[in-house]
Design a protein around this ligand. Structure first.
Ligand code: SF4
Ligand code: SF4
Ligand code: SF4
Length: 302
């Protein structure tokens, strides 16, 4: 039977998710709850109804259709959904003529996903590979392994972007069909990691160690998102670099400056973005620090 995965987006022409220009498949569901997450629609593994306020014409059809009485009019004629009452049945989505209500998440088979990627490649012929991201791709390891196997059998370069928070068996199952694993080490201190991501980092560090030991020829890029006031001191970041030095080699190490591109999506899901007042860090300072760390790791500067 063809494995089905829950995918919330497929993007093309991506340049930050592996080498060259790539297609990226975003899997739904993640065990972490990073406070800075730019893809809040990826976190829950179930389908989620979302609302684009600017598309709403205030017709009120959804209010009449909702069996849970979870929707009400706002003073400005738009609507709001009480997510405590909503059971994500999607009845309102089907009845919304303006597409203001929509769903994050779609079940599709490996072959359907492969064909969708191939149609795009056939139309534009620019993609040099496919990256499976999330959410957390290792949460749907059977589907992701099967998709990567299918892509590799067609000679396509494959990568995953992962938090590394998954049983090793799931990681191994997927990594064997990868040309590149892109993995985050977000915070080195275990308690702080739990405070800001919702999970302990022991499994993540152990998985990275095992990945290097048991699959030494696989390309591995380690990344750290730099979040002002949370993990942005040189001393804290140095702890991560020291850990990487213990498990060398890695093919690259990147510091990713915090951005708030995902803030609007929290509104669509009627949830709050706790870091809304955070300012973006100085990209040049981060680039310099990244080069210092790259020198320590015997990697080429940028
Ligand atoms: S059905 Fe759609 S357009 Fe009409 S009020 Fe509801 S969200 Fe707005
Ligand atoms: S998804 Fe179902 S329960 Fe939730 S607001 Fe829409 S109709 Fe109501
Ligand atoms: S691991 Fe990624 S997808 Fe999951 S919560 Fe953190 S930032 Fe979001």
């Amino acid at each position: 039977m063809d494995e089905k995965g829950n995918i919330f987006n497929i993007q093309h022409f991506c340049v930050h998710d592996g080498p060259e220009i790539r297609d990226v498949v975003f899997m739904k569901g993640c065990p972490l709850r990073c406070q800075w997450c730019a893809n809040p629609e990826s976190q829950k593994k179930e389908f989620q109804v979302a609302y684009s306020r600017n598309k709403c014409i205030g017709c009120g059809s959804c209010i009449k259709l909702c069996p849970q009485q979870a929707i009400e009019h706002c003073e400005d004629g738009k609507i709001k959904i009480n997510k405590d009452r909503c059971v994500e049945c999607q009845i309102c989505v089907k009845g919304c003529c303006s597409k203001a209500l929509h769903t994050f998440g779609k079940l599709q088979t490996v072959e359907e996903t492969y064909q969708e990627l191939q149609r795009q490649a056939g139309a534009w012929r620019v993609s040099s590979g496919v990256t499976v991201s999330g959410g957390e791709p290792l949460q749907q390891s059977d589907f992701v392994a099967a998709l990567l196997r299918r892509l590799k059998s067609a000679g396509i370069h494959t990568a995953i972007e992962t938090s590394g928070f998954a049983p090793w068996e799931n990681f191994q199952k997927v990594a064997r069909y990868c040309d590149l694993v892109i993995m985050d080490v977000k915070i080195y201190d275990a308690e702080k990691h739990k405070q800001y991501t919702g999970v302990d980092n022991a499994l993540i560090l152990e998985n990275l160690r095992r990945l290097r030991k048991e699959m030494p020829t696989l390309d591995v890029l380690v990344r750290t998102p730099v979040i002002p006031g949370i993990n942005d001191t040189k001393e804290e970041l140095q702890e991560i670099v020291n850990f990487i030095q213990e498990i060398l080699p890695v093919n690259d190490y990147e510091l990713l400056p915090y951005h708030n591109f995902g803030a609007a999506k929290y509104e669509q899901l009627f949830s709050s973005y706790v870091l809304s007042s955070l300012t973006k860090p100085d990209k040049n300072a981060i680039r310099e620090l990244n080069n210092e760390f790259r020198r320590q790791l015997n990697l080429t500067e940028r």
